[in-house]
Design a protein around this ligand. Structure first.
Ligand code: LMR
Length: 404
């Protein structure tokens, strides 16, 4: 017998994903008081991942239709992509009216980043990509996978637990024309720290002056201040008539994580550019996964396109946002009681699902090993995993690892 090719003999073991790997470990953990504050998932007050009522109603409608499971258009159905544009830009935005905005359904926000980066690597292969320091880990993996060298711009200020505009502008001023800048439109992941409107003005001006390409990641629309407020920065970029990329996701806002419902939107200069860009977006999708799945996007477009369901969704989203805010207040109160000398105001100043706790990797590991409390090793805590029943347990454990 001929010896088989030792193809896998030297394949190295890849590192466990810093977020999904912890989520797997959490599922396998049998500790009765385990708490999942690792992955960006919203749990309700009873510690359950909700199926939203608006989604349940849309599901009943769709099930009743018993539609054939045909191949979808490569860029997804128009009812979905148009609803996405209206949600991001506002119903009567000039970019929509003038046919300058292109949107394609993607496999979650990650799929949108992947397709967008593939498109950019075709259009401008020799540029660099810039991400915030820190950023969502997968940004770097996706950018490097598309062939871009990745550099970082200053963002988080560990001393204040806030945003450092001077560092960001200094670094962006080192970028070259055409370089891609990944920005978190709201609810920055992992820090929960967002620039103010005035700070965004300076960021937008720098990006425009240096002819950089803004790529906005908006996975948490509605979890900061509201749907309109959280997408404001998209409209501010759109005003400048720059080429803009937007990766959006309904994983969190519709609690539809496993359905992988997202979209890539690109703002171009005119309908002719839009047509050509869309053709390249479709080419990139076809070469990745051919065309998108039906169900999740059908749920979202059913809700977004029916006024009563849309109103119900907004109400449910407000409920999720308000509950997270309550948990922030509760966590600050409990931690302050545990460690009176420390200032925990950063917890209530940060927005969205995450709080950057300042805990280090060893402390995160201790939380996991001693009490089955899972947080990301960067110190990121998903506040949406807290509830009235586990917040004391978490606060005591956090205070204990900070003391030791
Ligand atoms: C997160 O940051 O936890 C989420 O965006 C889930 C993921 O895919 O990492």
């Amino acid at each position: 017998m001929t010896a088989s090719l030792p193809l896998f003999a030297a394949v190295p073991l890849a590192a466990r994903d810093p977020i999904l790997g912890l989520n797997d470990a959490f599922q396998a953990d049998t500790h009765p008081k385990k708490v999942n504050l690792s992955i960006g998932v919203y749990y309700d007050g009873a510690g359950k991942i909700p199926v939203l009522s608006c989604v349940q109603k849309a599901m009943q409608t769709l099930m009743g239709q018993n539609a054939p499971r045909i191949y979808q258009p490569i860029d997804g159905p128009a009812a979905y992509t148009q609803a996405v544009q209206r949600l991001l830009l506002g119903a009567d935005h000039p970019a929509i009216r003038e046919g300058r905005a292109v949107t394609a359904q993607t496999l979650g926000g990650t799929g949108a980043l992947k397709v967008g980066f593939d498109l950019l690597s075709y259009i401008s292969p020799n540029v660099k990509a810039w991400v915030s320091r820190p950023t969502w880990d997968n940004h770097c993996a996706l950018l490097e996978g598309a062939g871009f060298p990745v550099d970082t711009y200053g963002y988080y200020d560990a001393a204040t637990g806030g945003f450092n505009l001077a560092d960001m502008l200094r670094d962006l001023n080192r970028a070259q024309p055409g370089d891609i800048v990944i920005l978190h439109a709201c609810c920055h992941n992992p820090t929960g720290v967002d620039p103010t409107a005035e700070e965004w003005t300076q960021i937008i001006e720098t990006i425009e002056q240096r002819q950089l390409v803004p790529f906005l990641d908006i996975a948490y629309q509605g979890f900061g201040s509201g749907l309109q407020e959280d997408s404001e920065i998209i409209r501010r970029f759109a005003e400048r008539h720059l080429p803009v990329f937007i990766a959006s996701s309904f994983s969190k806002s519709f609690s539809l994580y496993g359905e992988r419902v997202g979209a890539l939107t690109v703002l171009t200069a005119n309908p002719d550019e839009a047509k050509r860009v869309l053709s390249q977006v479709k080419r990139a999708i076809r070469a990745n996964y051919s065309n998108p799945p039906i169900f999740g996007a059908a749920l979202v477009s059913t809700v977004l396109n029916q006024p009563e369901l849309r109103a119900l969704w907004e109400e449910e989203l407000t409920g999720m946002r308000d509950r997270i805010r309550e948990m922030r207040l509760m966590l600050r109160e409990r931690l302050s009681a545990q460690a009176p000398g420390r200032n925990y105001d950063y917890i209530v100043k940060q927005r969205g699902m995450f709080s950057y706790s300042g805990l280090n990797a060893a402390q995160a590991q201790a939380l996991r090993e001693n009490g089955s409390i899972y947080i990301v090793e960067s110190g990121r805590i998903c506040v949406a995993g807290l509830n009235a029943n586990n917040v004391d347990y978490v606060a005591e454990a956090m205070a204990a690892v900070q003391k030791s």
